[in-house]
Design a protein around this ligand. Structure first.
Ligand SMILES: *Cc1c(COP(=O)(O)O)cnc(C)c1O
Length: 381
């Protein structure tokens, strides 16, 4: 039987853990650290060393493991966005690094497609950078970006995330425009891992620096992330980061987290992706199989390039569904014992079961809980 209680530490605090079948979101504790990560954290605790040396060496090891020019450890992908913004504003200019978040020089503007405005984009503005928004509604055309470029432009933002990207400019096209004007493309792909090929995909498509979460699909420490890409931009990011007394100082990463992340990435890149995908798919099928016959419910396993980079069980409420909506089903699952967390974030009211955080024995509990709540709800319960 799976230990879903988290041992005694949360009990002592009077808190009730959840079985996380909703994916790696930060509000529900992110992801499950790999055993190698916990080992590295334990080994490094209690040992002192120079953090600059550690960060530089960790960056080398990460760039080698992934096969990219350079890398840097950040405080989550969001911390990476602050450093991307800082890097394109300051380069390695010490006076400018000291000045942020007062960026009273030009260029200090970042171009962003309107549909790439998103919940994390404060991070880009924390440096004092200004946005120049382009496009109308959910569409943006290359000419609009081209027309927005001025001598004040410091860089162009590109977001890669599930459920964005239908009307936006493809990254290779955006990068071609940017590079023709000698501008960097700074890319947020925080949640796009796995699949592992995405680690290098956005650099190959022309991005100059890419931010990924370390605490989502790679299953490193929850508070970590990486920047990868052009060595000069990575160096500029590093100079803006802790332990330097600069804009990134409040976003430090501890030595335990740094070695934990290195271990996570080395393990992540060497893991058998096909076996992992098959395991995820089997877990999703267990959920789907339990509920396909419930009236008004349509359930299927979805796995695609964009919105579901790992398999998900997606549950749609059809027109003949007589029960409450996905939000209420989510609340009822959270009210059970053990509590089951699934994601109620579907655009059409559908709900998602994401298997990435489940451990041995938990999928059975999740599948039964979902079946139970949907059955009760379908019969007016
Ligand atoms: C999760 C996410 C972030 C933040 O990542 P952290 O590692 O939690 O800081 C930023 N951007 C996007 C698109 C994300 O999905």
């Amino acid at each position: 039987m799976a230990d879903t209680t988290g041992g005694s530490v949360f009990q002592r605090m009077g808190l009730t853990p959840v079985i996380n079948a909703g994916g790696t979101n930060t509000k529900h504790s992110g992801s499950r650290m790999r055993p190698e990560v916990i080992e590295a954290i334990e080994e490094s605790a209690g040992v002192f060393l120079n953090i600059d040396e550690l960060l530089i060496r960790a960056g080398e090891m990460i760039s080698q493991a992934i096969g990219v020019e350079a890398a840097f450890v950040t405080s989550g992908a969001a911390g990476g966005l602050v450093l991307q913004s800082a890097a394109v504003l300051t380069g390695t200019d010490v006076a400018r690094i000291q000045s942020l978040p007062i960026a009273d020089w030009f260029p200090n503007e970042l171009i962003i497609q309107r549909q790439h405005r998103f919940h994390y984009d404060h991070a880009y503005l924390m440096t004092g950078a200004q946005f120049v928004e382009v496009g109308k509604g959910r569409h943006c055309y290359p000419e609009e970006v081209e027309a927005a470029i001025t001598p004040n432009t410091a860089g162009i933002i590109h977001l890669v995330s599930p459920f964005t990207g239908s009307g936006d400019i493809p990254l290779p096209v955006l990068a071609e425009i940017a590079h023709r004007h000698d501008l960097p493309v700074i890319c947020d792909a925080a949640s796009m891992l796995p699949p592992r090929e995405n680690l290098t995909r956005y650099l190959d498509e022309g991005a100059d620096i890419v931010s990924f979460s370390g605490g989502k699909g790679m299953r490193g420490p929850q508070s970590t992330g990486i920047l990868i890409g052009r060595a000069d931009l990575i160096e500029a990011a590093r100079l803006n980061a802790a332990p330097n007394q600069a804009i990134g100082r409040p976003m430090k990463v501890s030595k335990e987290e740094i070695v934990g992340l290195v271990a996570a990435i080395e393990s992540f890149v060497s893991e058998d992706q096909d076996a992992e995908t098959k395991r995820f798919r089997r877990q999703c099928e267990m959920v789907v199989d339990q509920i396909t016959e419930i009236p008004g419910i349509r359930a299927q396993v979805e796995h695609d390039d964009k919105d579901h980079p790992i398999p998900h069980a997606v549950i749609y409420f059809e027109r003949d569904w007589r029960g409450p909506d996905g939000d209420e089903i989510h609340r009822r699952l959270m009210a059970r014992s053990p509590r089951v967390y699934i994601s109620p974030l579907g655009f059409m009211g559908e709900i998602y079961m994401d298997p990435i955080n489940l451990q041995e024995g938990e999928i059975e509990i999740v599948a039964e809980a979902i079946r139970d709540e949907l059955l009760k709800a379908s019969s007016g319960g």
